[in-house]
Design a protein around this ligand. Structure first.
Ligand code: FAD
Length: 473
C-alpha cells in the first residue's frame, strides 16, 4: 500500500478492506466516485487471509488425501499415502492467498481507490481520524465494513497453541494428532473434516441437538452420518463444562445429553462457536451510532443498508441476520451500497436466495427455506427428495448424499438442500430457481446432462412435477 499525498476529503470513505469493504470501494470507484479505503491489516480481510481461501485450499488437499484411500479401497488402484509434506502444502496455500491478495491490491489501484493503511475512528457522522494519517471527511457517505473475529467462551483463553480459533488453527507448524472441535456450524464442521482427512482423531461437540442447526434437519442428518462414517466422533446436544490446558494438550469435561460427564483428551481444542462483530475503537458513539446486544450495527433501512445516521452504511459481518456472515453476501452488500451512494436505485439484497455451503466431506449446500422453516412461515409444503446414489454418477462417487426440494403445493420452489460430493458447485442452478420464483414444472422442462450428479437435482424436480423417471412420485 503506497501512501502518496494525503486526501482530506473524498466522496466515499470505506472503513475495513475485507470482502465487504473492498467490493464497495471497487464498485463506487467504477461509478466515478472518489474513494478512500482504510485497512489496518491487509486488504482481503478475513476471507482471503484467515477464512474462505486458505481453508478451502487446505480442504482441497484433504480431498486429495481422501482420494488415495478411495483409489485403493474401491478402485483397485494400488496407491498408498507416503506422507503429507506440510511445508509444501502450506507453500501452495500461501501462494494462492498471495496471488489473490496481489490481485485485489491491483484492482483497487487500477480503479483509483486510495488505500490507506491504518486504524480509522469515526469523529462525526461525516468523518473519521485515521491513525498515522489524519482526518478524512466524506461528502457522500461512510461505509462501515470492519467485519468480525472469532468468539470464544467465558474462561476459555485461546493461546494459539493448545486452545486455538480459526485464526490460528491452520497456521501452526502442522496439524495435531487429535483435536476436540467445539462448535458444529460450518467452520467447526469444515475444520473437523480437514483434520480427520489429515489423519487426526477428531471429536466434534455441538450444543444444539444437531450439526449445522440452521440448515434443514435432513441436511444435518446426512452430514452427521457422513462424518461419523469417516470416523469423526460427533457429539450433539453436548456442552463443554470445562477445559484444562496441559503440557501435551487439553483435557475437557463434556456434558452429554443424558446428563453424564465425559472426559475428552486431545492435543488441541479448536473453538468454533461463532463470530462477533469488530467495532472496538471505531468511534460509533461519535457518529451517533450504537450496536445491538450482539454487537452488530443494525441498518435502519435494509433496502439501502443505511444506518439511522443518514450517509453511514454498513456491509458484511457487522450486519445482523438476515445477512449471513458470508463473503458472497458481503460482495452483494458492497455493490448495493456503492450503487446507492452513486445515486442509483439498486434492488435490495435477496437474502433468501443467497446460497450457504459447508465445504466438508461430505459437503452441504442449500438455498432458501428448510422444510420446517417453510412450514413455520405458513406455507402448504410439498417435498421431493432424491438420493445421489440413485443416479449413475452418484454411484461412481459412492459417497451417499441427497437432494431435497421444498416447494409450495402447486406453487414455487421455496428451498433446495444438497448433501454429498461437489454439491458446492451444484447449488448455483438452485439459487436461480429459488431467486426467480420458479415452480417445479418450470425446472422439470430443462434437461440435465447424463451422467452427472446434477441429474439428481433434475430428477427431484421431475418427481415433484409428477414426471419422475427413475423414481416414482
Ligand atoms: P472482514 O473480512 O473481517 O474484513 C474487515 C476488515 O476490516 C479487516 O481486514 C480488518 O483488519 C479491518 N478493520 C477492522 N476495524 C478497522 C478499523 N477501525 N480501521 C481500519 N480497518 C479495520 N464465507 C464464505 O462466503 N465462504 C466461505 O467458505 C467462508 N469460509 C470461512 C472460513 C473461516 C475459517 C472464516 C473465519 C470465515 C469464513 N467465511 C466464509 C466468512 C467470511 O470470511 C466473512 O463473511 C467475510 O470475510 C466478511 O467480510 P467483511 O468485509 O465483513 O469483514
Amino acid at each position: 500500500m503506497t501512501q502518496t499525498a494525503k486526501v482530506t476529503e473524498t466522496d466515499v470513505l470505506v472503513i475495513g478492506g475485507g470482502t465487504g469493504g473492498y467490493s464497495t470501494a471497487l464498485r463506487a470507484a467504477a461509478l466515478g466516485l472518489r474513494v478512500v479505503l482504510v485497512e489496518r491489516d491487509k486488504v482481503g480481510g478475513t476471507c482471503l487471509h484467515r477464512g474462505c481461501v486458505p481453508s478451502k485450499a487446505m480442504l482441497h488437499a484433504a480431498e486429495l488425501v481422501d482420494g488415495i484411500a478411495e483409489a485403493r479401497e474401491r478402485w483397485g488402484v494400488k496407491a498408498t499415502l507416503e506422507s503429507v509434506d506440510w511445508p509444501a502444502l502450506v507453500a501452495t496455500r500461501d501462494d494462492i492467498v498471495d496471488r489473490n491478495h496481489r490481485g485485489v491490491t491491483g484492482h483497487l489501484a487500477h480503479a483509483g481507490v486510495e488505500v490507506v493503511r491504518g486504524s480509522a475512528e469515526l469523529t462525526s457522522p461525516r468523518g473519521a481520524r485515521i491513525a498515522g494519517y489524519g482526518e478524512v471527511t466524506a461528502r457522500r457517505g461512510i461505509v462501515l465494513a470492519t467485519g468480525s473475529r472469532p468468539r470464544t467462551l467465558p474462561g476459555l483463553v485461546a493461546d494459539g497453541r493448545r486452545v486455538v480459533t480459526s485464526d490460528d488453527a491452520l497456521f501452526a507448524a502442522g496439524l495435531p494428532e487429535s483435536v476436540l472441535v467445539l462448535g458444529g456450524g460450518a467452520i467447526g464442521v469444515e475444520y473437523a473434516s480437514l483434520h480427520r482427512s489429515m489423519g487426526a482423531r477428531v471429536t466434534l461437540v455441538e450444543a444444539a441437538d444437531r450439526l449445522v442447526p440452521l440448515e434443514d434437519a435432513d441436511v444435518s442428518r446426512h452430514l452427521t452420518r457422513g462424518l461419523k462414517k469417516r470416523g469423526i466422533d460427533v457429539r450433539t446436544g453436548a456442552r463443554l463444562l470445562e477445559a484444562a490446558v496441559l503440557d501435551d494438550g487439553v483435557r475437557a469435561a463434556v456434558r452429554t445429553p443424558r446428563g453424564e460427564t465425559r472426559t475428552v483428551r486431545a492435543q488441541r481444542l479448536l473453538v468454533a462457536v461463532g463470530r462477533v462483530p469488530v467495532t472496538d475503537g471505531l468511534g460509533l458513539a461519535a457518529a451517533g451510532l450504537g450496536t445491538d446486544e450482539r454487537g452488530h450495527v443494525v441498518p435502519a433501512d435494509w433496502d439501502r443498508l443505511e444506518t439511522s445516521v443518514p450517509g453511514i452504511h454498513v456491509v458484511g459481518d457487522l450486519l445482523p441476520p438476515p445477512s449471513l456472515g458470508l463473503a458472497h453476501a458481503s460482495f452483494a452488500e458492497g455493490l448495493l451500497v456503492a450503487e446507492t451512494l452513486a445515486g442509483l436505485r439498486p434492488a435490495p439484497v435477496d437474502y433468501a436466495a443467497v446460497p450457504r455451503v459447508t465445504y466438508s466431506a461430505p459437503q452441504t449446500a442449500s438455498v432458501g427455506l428448510s422444510e420446517a422453516g417453510a412450514r413455520d412461515a405458513g406455507h402448504d409444503v410439498v417435498v421431493g427428495t432424491m438420493p445421489l446414489t440413485a443416479v449413475a454418477k452418484g454411484m461412481v462417487h459412492g459417497q451417499g448424499g441427497m437432494v431435497k426440494v421444498v416447494a409450495e403445493r402447486n406453487g414455487r420452489v421455496l428451498g433446495v438442500h444438497l448433501v454429498g460430493p461437489h454439491v458446492s458447485e451444484m447449488i448455483a442452478e438452485s439459487q436461480l430457481i429459488v431467486g426467480w420464483d420458479a415452480e417445479p414444472s418450470d425446472v422439470a422442462r430443462h434437461v440435465h446432462p447424463h451422467p452427472t450428479l446434477s441429474e439428481a437435482v433434475g430428477e427431484a424436480f421431475l418427481t415433484l412435477a409428477g414426471r419422475g423417471l427413475h423414481q416414482r412420485a
